[in-house]
Design a protein. Structure first.
Length: 274
């Protein structure tokens, strides 16, 4: 696994150190990774950042509780509201507004929340395999929901999130596994997953999603087991100014399975006059 050639930085957000990578110049695109075990900004967006950085200032942030960003102790609650507030605070801390905000999975739910709560921060919204709707859980996702913090378990997790044609390499597994078993990251991850279980899933009410008013691109893998294709169409129904892009031979990780296709589609949407 080759990481993008970009130095990491940190900024304080709501009293919490927040880590991010930055590359390129121009209009700002902010990338928000998903919430799977071992996720962080560079691991998820390494293939997308160099493509987008040809024309944009690209910023990929480690979400609250992930990567090298802070993992607050009890009584802090790793709720979706906390993630949305942290992401909005991150944009404020960097003095950013009117950005293109791109989120995958849990990061999509966070980006959507910012677009509703702080619409002035967001010019365009891209939701890729986004959480936010009630979904029936596919039995094939047991390796994700029941991740056992072993290297073999990480292989099973990655396989569940990708298609059979995706080539899993040792470097990816080693990178994500090492992140997942860090004691503080594991504690924060367990607390995050427990909150989601207690809520019965990671979703918003339909009327909340209807409050998105910024131009939105809905991207979904045709073979995504986490966010089924029906959810993409539901987002399109609920969000008025929305467009869709369905990727064949793609599971939950469009940014990893097809990074160039995803980056170019995202760039075309950002450039379109709407």
């Amino acid at each position: 696994m080759v990481l993008a050639a970009t130095a990491g930085r940190s900024v304080t957000v709501r009293g919490m150190e927040t880590y991010y990578h930055e590359q390129g110049s121009g209009d700002v695109v902010v990338l928000v990774h998903g919430g799977g075990a071992g996720a962080d900004s560079m691991g998820n967006w390494r293939g997308v950042m160099p493509v987008l950085a040809d024309r944009y200032r690209v910023i990929a942030v480690d979400m609250l509780g992930f990567g090298r960003t802070a993992k607050p102790a009890d009584p802090f609650v790793f709720s979706q509201a906390a993630r949305t507030d942290h992401l909005a605070g991150f944009l404020d801390a960097l003095g950013l507004s009117n950005v293109a905000l791109v989120g995958n999975s849990m990061g999509g739910a966070s980006a959507l929340g910012v677009a509703v709560e702080r619409p002035g921060l967001v010019r365009k919204l891209v939701l890729m395999g986004s959480a936010g709707l009630v979904s029936k859980i596919d039995p094939a996702l047991e390796p994700v929901l029941g991740y056992d913090f072993t290297r073999e378990g990480m292989i099973r997790l990655v396989r569940a999130l990708t298609t059979d044609n995706f080539q899993i390499d040792d470097a990816m597994i080693d990178y994500r596994y090492a992140l997942s078993v860090d004691p503080e990251t594991r504690r924060a991850y367990s607390a995050t997953m427990q909150w989601i279980r207690d809520q019965g899933g990671l979703y918003y009410e339909d009327d909340y999603i209807r409050r998105v008013t910024v131009p939105t691109l809905i991207v979904n893998g045709k073979l995504d087991k986490v966010v089924p294709l029906a959810n993409a169409y539901k987002f399109l129904e609920l969000i008025g100014p929305s467009w869709g892009y369905i990727m064949p031979d793609c599971g939950h990780w469009a940014m990893i399975e097809h990074p160039v296709d995803f980056a170019r589609t995202t760039a075309a949407f950002i450039e379109a006059a709407q």
